[in-house]
Design a protein around this ligand. Structure first.
Ligand code: SAM
Length: 277
């Protein structure tokens, strides 16, 4: 018997009307549906008129152990669909481990695209969409959180974060402390739902907003990328050249070192070096 396939199936993030026809067909045709919560996915399938499926629970606790069983089923000929509670599996949801396990067993992996809070929030944000980084959920506390936020400070691409409502204020406070009061931020709330809302402003105002209006529902936080550092002035380059030359470097060596230090064009730095006495 030939092996089946693993299909990642996106489901709505709030509005059931966002279930695509192909996603519905994939669930309908699957022999096994892997999901985080059988009750929740059972309700979705009931809404879609699909019944009689075998479920395997794959959540953050079971994904490790369930992978082997799922891979064996697919190798035995079953077609398996993987859904998460909402949105695209594998995006801050189980999926990555199963995909890796399937691929390493030579299984074909396919996907039915659909809703994801990440892309919807990004395209509506008004921030740069050409280059962005997805940080998912920040660690809740400790050195790991501090390091992740420190890594965001100088990030020039738009930064996309997921956050729970009861941690939103703390995250905005920490981001303001690290990135400054004036960095622009967008809060995308309850996307595709009745109370969908996009809030845009500075980090300082976002902190005030989260203190005045109790955050409720689901949020994506989008942070404007950091401005690129200003190029060094001729005076700064000249001062650095003098330091190097006072330490014994030739003009040529000083120019090479200073150009590398500032990321400045070598020719320009060398011309400034030639003008020094
Ligand atoms: N896999 C999902 C996806 O593709 O977007 C994300 C799952 S993750 C466990 C859940 C987080 O996604 C929420 O805490 C929130 O940050 C974000 N999210 C999910 N649905 C949302 C919605 N309708 N509006 C805003 N954010 C949402």
């Amino acid at each position: 018997m030939s092996a089946g396939t693993l299909i990642l199936v996106a489901t709505p993030i709030g509005n059931l009307g966002d279930m695509t026809q192909r996603a519905t067909e994939a669930l309908s045709n699957a022999d096994v549906v892997c999901c985080e919560d059988t009750r929740r996915t059972g309700l979705l399938l009931q809404h879609l008129g699909i019944s009689g499926k075998k479920y395997i629970v794959i959540n953050e606790h079971t994904e490790h152990d369930a992978c082997e069983e799922v891979v064996q089923r697919i190798l035995g000929g079953s077609n398996v669909a993987l859904v998460s509670d909402a949105g695209t599996p594998g995006i801050s949801d189980p999926g990555e481990r199963l995909v890796k396990a399937a691929l390493s067993s030579g299984i074909t992996v396919s996907a039915m695209p659909g809703a994801s809070a990440l892309t919807m929030a990004l395209v509506m944000s008004g921030l740069s969409t050409s280059r962005f980084v997805f940080e998912g959920f920040l660690p809740r506390s400790g050195a790991e959180r501090t390091q992740r936020i420190a890594g965001i400070v100088d990030e020039q691409r738009t930064v996309v974060l997921y956050e729970a409502p009861h941690r939103l204020e703390k995250t905005l406070v920490d981001l303001e402390l690290a990135c400054g009061a004036l960095r622009r931020v967008v809060l995308a709330r309850e996307l595709t739902k009745m109370h969908e809302e996009m809030w845009r402003g500075t980090l300082h105002d976002a902190v005030k907003h989260s203190q005045q209006v109790e955050p409720r529902g689901e949020y994506v936080v989008l942070l404007e990328g950091a401005k690129p550092p200003a190029p060094p002035t001729d005076e700064e380059i000249t001062a650095a050249l003098r330091d190097e030359m006072n330490n014994g470097s030739s003009k040529k060596d000083a120019a090479a070192k200073v150009a590398a230090k500032f990321g400045a064009p070598k020719r320009k730095v060398y011309e400034l070096a030639l003008m020094l006495k």
